[in-house]
Design a binder for this molecule. Structure first.
Ligand SMILES: Nc1ncnc2c1ncn2[C@@H]1O[C@H](COP(=O)(O)OP(=O)(O)OP(=O)(O)O)[C@@H](O)[C@H]1O
Length: 396
């Protein structure tokens, strides 16, 4: 606290709170401290006491620590928004978790915000100045997986013309987010466990290990506990990764978030873009009735598409049906039909085709990606990214 009083020294008094009252210490001030008519150098005064310093009088008291008062619920945590009870609880949980070093395992269906949580935990942690490195374990090329994780020495294998660091060394001082951890090959699991326990990595082709300081966050849409029971995932690694768990429900289980999410998505559209900035109550009702298998990602796509494609500044229910426009029977009642922009209409038709093809493919193969990729004659990683784009990569 500073006083605008020429008779008060630069560092005049020190106050320390005790159970019995407030201890007042004179810091060798020029004009001294007076209480109840007497000069004091060091004394304990009761709460609410008046002190005279120079020409000023101050009242010293203790404000109860605000941490004891319940905090108002928050509707956001970094880029995450939500006002449903479950999300508000999650946000205050994340607030407590962020500054710790605990490994956090994030469970939730596709598009529900797992990566956003990981990024927010990193940004709110003391490691925020370090790197946030994302590793998609489902996209690891089998032959190079170990080198991607731990790095390799020059000449460690054919094609290793240069030494390379892996994700752990890259994230030294920061955070590694292991996405789709359920897809980590079994043979790599003990090696990962060793890194997490010993906090050091050994590059492929080297003997000596290097210390690394990283916080580990991981996520999957799979049921990892079931995978542990079935022997597809090591129990010891699971417990090391899941020092604490965060569970994200699907959007269908937190419909109270939809309105807030929609207004956030509209608010974040580029300011110079000519598009809708608001949504009608009826359109919102229609959204609240939908299932959204692709969760928040799907809602975001729907809103962005409707905002750009609708005529006017307000999204109405008919604008949400745009993706079904081409599939409708042609109207013959003479009413004027709107002709969408050719490129956009073509993209929508391709989207519709892809989605229905993938749905049939996944139903036919019972969600088996390898079999589905074989049947469709496309690469597995391509199929995975198509499924992800359509919010279908969690078919069970
Ligand atoms: N609570 C939220 N608030 C705002 N945007 C969100 C929220 N949850 C998700 N999103 C948005 O939805 C999209 C998908 O989020 P994210 O990538 O974090 O999901 P995910 O669960 O990691 O998906 P996947 O399992 O498919 O990798 C992103 O565009 C993200 O910004």
């Amino acid at each position: 606290m500073s006083l605008d009083d020429a008779c008060v020294s630069e560092l005049h008094v020190e106050l320390v709170v005790h159970d019995e009252g407030i201890e007042v210490r004179d810091l060798d001030s020029h004009n001294g401290i007076y209480h109840a008519g007497s000069r004091i150098l060091r004394a304990v005064v009761p709460r609410g006491a008046s002190l005279h310093l120079g020409e000023s009088t101050i009242c010293v008291d203790v404000v109860e620590a605000s941490s004891t008062a319940p905090r108002p619920p928050r509707d956001s945590f970094h880029a995450l928004h939500g006002k449903s009870e479950v999300m508000r609880e999650l946000f205050s949980h994340l607030e407590r978790l962020a500054p710790t070093e605990l490994s956090v395992f994030i469970e939730g269906p596709t598009g529900s915000g797992k990566e956003l949580i990981a990024r927010a935990l990193h940004d709110e942690s003391p490691r925020a100045k370090g790197e946030f490195v994302v590793l998609d374990c489902a996209a690891l090329p089998p032959a190079l997986a170990e080198s991607v994780l731990f790095g390799h020495a020059k000449g460690a294998f054919t094609g290793a013309s240069e030494a390379r660091i892996g994700v752990f060394e890259r994230a030294h001082g920061g955070t590694v987010f292991l996405d789709e951890i359920g897809d980590l090959p079994l043979d790599l699991q003990p090696k990962l466990l060793r890194v997490l326990e010993q906090r050091e990595v050994t590059r492929v082709g080297e003997q000596q290990s290097r210390p690394v300081s990283v916080r580990i966050l991981s996520a999957t849409w799979r049921n990892l506990r079931r995978m542990v029971n079935q022997g597809f995932f090591r129990g010891d690694l699971y417990f090391r990764l899941a020092q604490t768990c965060v569970v994200l429900p699907s959007l269908a289980h937190r419909r109270d978030d939809i309105e807030l999410l929609v207004s956030e998505f509209l608010r974040c559209l580029p300011p110079e873009a000519a598009c809708a900035r608001a949504i009608s109550g009826e359109a919102l009702d229609e959204l609240r009735a939908r299932d959204f298998p692709g969760n928040v990602r799907e809602l975001k796509n729907v809103i962005e598409r409707a905002a750009y494609m609708c005529n006017g500044a307000l999204i109405r229910p008919q604008d949400l049906a745009f993706d079904r426009l081409l599939a409708r029977a042609p109207r013959n009642d003479g009413a004027e039909t709107e002709i969408p922009d050719f490129k956009e209409a073509k993209r929508t038709a391709v989207d519709d085709f892809e989605r229905s093809y993938l749905q049939r493919l996944i139903a036919k193969t019972n969600g088996n990606i390898a079999m589905a990729a074989g049947l469709a004659a496309i690469e597995r990683h391509h199929l995975r990214s198509l499924l992800k784009r359509h919010g279908l990569h969690n078919p069970k």
